[in-house]
Ligand binder design. Structure first.
Ligand SMILES: [Zn+2]
Length: 262
């Protein structure tokens, strides 16, 4: 084993050394799995749920997210009432930084658990490509210089999620989940999420929704949580289904009923 790189970082509770090791006896896995209906899972990173899956399951954010955030907000406002440059303020600044670190670690731990749970379900995980969806559905998380998250308008927009929970999902989908998948010999495939919130997972017709609409109900009879509907569509798109713009299903219904009247 050889040391490839050493990195020293200053964190809230001290200095850290990160070593990058190379072990040539560990074979690098080349994953070549063909996704099928049976071996794949669609995952939507929703607003109501942390993740919602095409197998009709969903994972909510744990309580500690909200609790830690409340604690952080209190600590920050306490700090902001102290005079700039004062000793009391400096001390509170340190406390804020430490709490940030604690939250980040809690979150990482929880992310690892969820990643394992998802990887137990399937060999190929289809997830939304956040680079594409960020532009249409989400506001980018804004990070301040000491790792704090600044308001990005997302919580105001959705009224459901918080900025740092949002920042968590992109790290989860782009680093933690693919990392765990590689070790397990499985695959994470990014899917263009365009249309996956605006179409019906059962009949594929367009059913437009506002961000605040949490339920998907379609003239075809489909009725389910918006995030589950998206997860099923993400799987379908991953497996090659194209979401073309069809006529709105509610228009269909209207037209049909008009015809029957006439
Ligand atoms: Zn439908």
């Amino acid at each position: 084993m050889t040391i490839k790189r050493a990195l020293i970082t200053q964190k809230a509770d001290g200095l850290y050394v990160t070593l990058t090791l190379e072990d040539k006896s560990v074979p690098s896995l080349t994953v070549d799995i063909q996704p099928t209906e049976e071996n794949s899972l669609g995952i939507d990173s929703g607003l109501e749920f942390f993740v919602a899956c095409s197998d009709l399951t969903a994972v909510k954010l744990p309580k500690f997210y909200r609790q830690s955030e409340d604690k952080l907000a209190k600590l920050q406002s306490k700090r902001d009432r102290r005079k700039l440059g004062s000793k009391a303020r400096r001390k509170l600044n340190q406390k804020v930084a430490k709490l940030h670190q604690k939250i980040a670690r809690q979150r990482k731990q929880w992310h690892y658990e969820i990643a394992n749970q998802l990887l137990d379900k399937a060999d190929v995980l289809f997830v939304e490509d956040l680079k594409v969806s960020n532009m249409s559905r989400r506001n980018q998380p804004k990070q301040g210089e000491n790792g704090t998250f600044l308001p990005n308008g997302q919580s105001a927009k959705s009224g459901l999620n918080k900025s740092f929970a949002d920042a968590g999902i992109s790290g989860f989908l782009s680093e933690i989940l693919p990392g765990k998948a590689e070790k397990a010999g499985k695959k994470v495939v990014k899917v263009n999420p365009k249309g996956t919130s605006q179409h019906c997972a059962i009949c594929l017709n367009r059913v437009p929704k506002e961000l605040s609409d949490r339920w998907h109900s379609c003239a075809c009879g489909a009725s389910m949580s918006r995030d589950i509907n998206s997860a099923i569509l993400i799987k379908k798109v991953g497996l090659g289904v194209r979401l073309t713009i069809k006529r709105k299903s509610s228009d269909n219904k209207k037209r049909r009923s008009q015809r029957s009247v006439a």
